[in-house]
Design a protein around this ligand. Sequence first.
Ligand SMILES: NC(=O)c1ccc[n+]([C@@H]2O[C@H](COP(=O)([O-])OP(=O)(O)OC[C@H]3O[C@@H](n4cnc5c(N)ncnc54)[C@H](OP(=O)(O)O)[C@@H]3O)[C@@H](O)[C@H]2O)c1
Length: 445
Amino acid sequence: MQEILDAILSTDSTPADFAALALPESYRAVTLHKDEEQMFAGLDSRDKDPRKSLHIEDVALPELGPGEALVAVMASAVNYNTVWSSIYEPVSTFGFLERYGRLSPLTKRHDLPYHVLGSDLAGVVLRTGAGVNAWKPGDEVVAHCLSVELESSDGHNDTMMDPEQRIWGFETNFGGLAQIALVKTNQLMPKPAHLTWEEAASPGLVNSTAYRQLVSQNGAGMKQGDNVLIWGASGGLGSYATQYALAGGATPICVVSNDQKAEICRAMGAEAIIDRSAEGYKFWKDENTQDPREWKRLGGRIRELTGGEDVDIVFEHPGRETFGASVYVTRKGGTIVTCASTSGFMHQYDNRYLWMSLKKIVGSHFANYREAWEANRLVAKGKIHPTLSKVYTLEQTGQAALDVHQNKHQGKVGVLCLAPSEGLGVRNAELREKHLPAINRFRDI
Ligand SMILES: NC(=O)c1ccc[n+]([C@@H]2O[C@H](COP(=O)([O-])OP(=O)(O)OC[C@H]3O[C@@H](n4cnc5c(N)ncnc54)[C@H](OP(=O)(O)O)[C@@H]3O)[C@@H](O)[C@H]2O)c1
């Protein structure tokens, strides 16, 4: 592994040098163990501690298949799916691996008693499989997390529609929280040259998701002048949604839960901010009963901030706790676009407000190949910036996941895999210099 790292850190390694590197038989990775699936049975979600379920251990290097690449991972990031996997909610990810394993002898590789997690990476291509021409050893890359087979026509217009669509490192094995990862080469994209490894590894999943959900015609199709209510506006998804709203000429109305998060939204350029804790919204009177007066209070607050206008789009992901309010506050003809249900997936809303006011609820999930590419392109051009707040070592991934689980983080949380320290991997210092304050926005607070 040291030789691989030396080649990456050296400034004059050639593709031939990378191709000549011997690959190790095993590598260090963050794993879950199948025989521990029941370890948290009976516990409340908040009492399930990822530090107990996530292991750091050596695992065997998988065989490289056609159309695939083995990538030396310099850095990765924690996503909320790392939290879901590590607390075995809503289901154990081993079921995904078993199902994938039944597809073909090649996918059978994924069905193992351990699961290497991680749906983001920045690193260097080590080997490519048969039939790969666009990428070669030595290429500096990031990977998006869409894994598809594309054997059915269903996914030929929009790769998210593939019946065999999976999220790499969540519904497949050999993810990015490791020294080496296995990806399909269609997941690879050029690493933004002005970013460090850990900065480059952090946008991938959430940036692509926010792009489809908010900007793409497959999501809300945001346009100039739209008012966009963004829940969790300084969080993983929200920190990108806020940037997309601002960059696209829309007005974000950012919902956060404390002053520090409000400050980050202001630093991104947002002006309309709602502190849901300080303003004490309580959309549920008890477990089964919502309080429409609280929806109305939120709507009134939005109008105060927008000069009397309602929101064209609600960027939804908290789910059960906020969904009734989200449907209520959307303007006539507006769109509630949802990609998650962090607080519960059985939503309840008053349908009269939906049909009488001709609103739409749109489901959105990750991003297709093209959307992921567009989202990465915007990062590479310095138009959208990483929102990295804190970086952990691979050994500390359990703590990093706990922080995200407990909502103690800002923006994105990074993980160093092979990179020996932060700050490495910048290839375009001039572009970096130009955007340095924006790149460090989440770090400085
Ligand atoms: N479908 C997809 O492709 C996809 C992709 C990415 C993420 N997701 C899902 O989307 C969700 C959010 O992911 P993320 O990466 O943005 O997570 P995150 O970094 O934890 O950010 C979520 C933010 O939502 C806010 N929030 C949490 N619970 C809330 C509640 N009950 N009411 C109102 N606001 C609440 C919090 O902000 P404040 O405390 O400041 O309000 C939090 O910072 C997760 O469930 C994740 O699995 C889905």
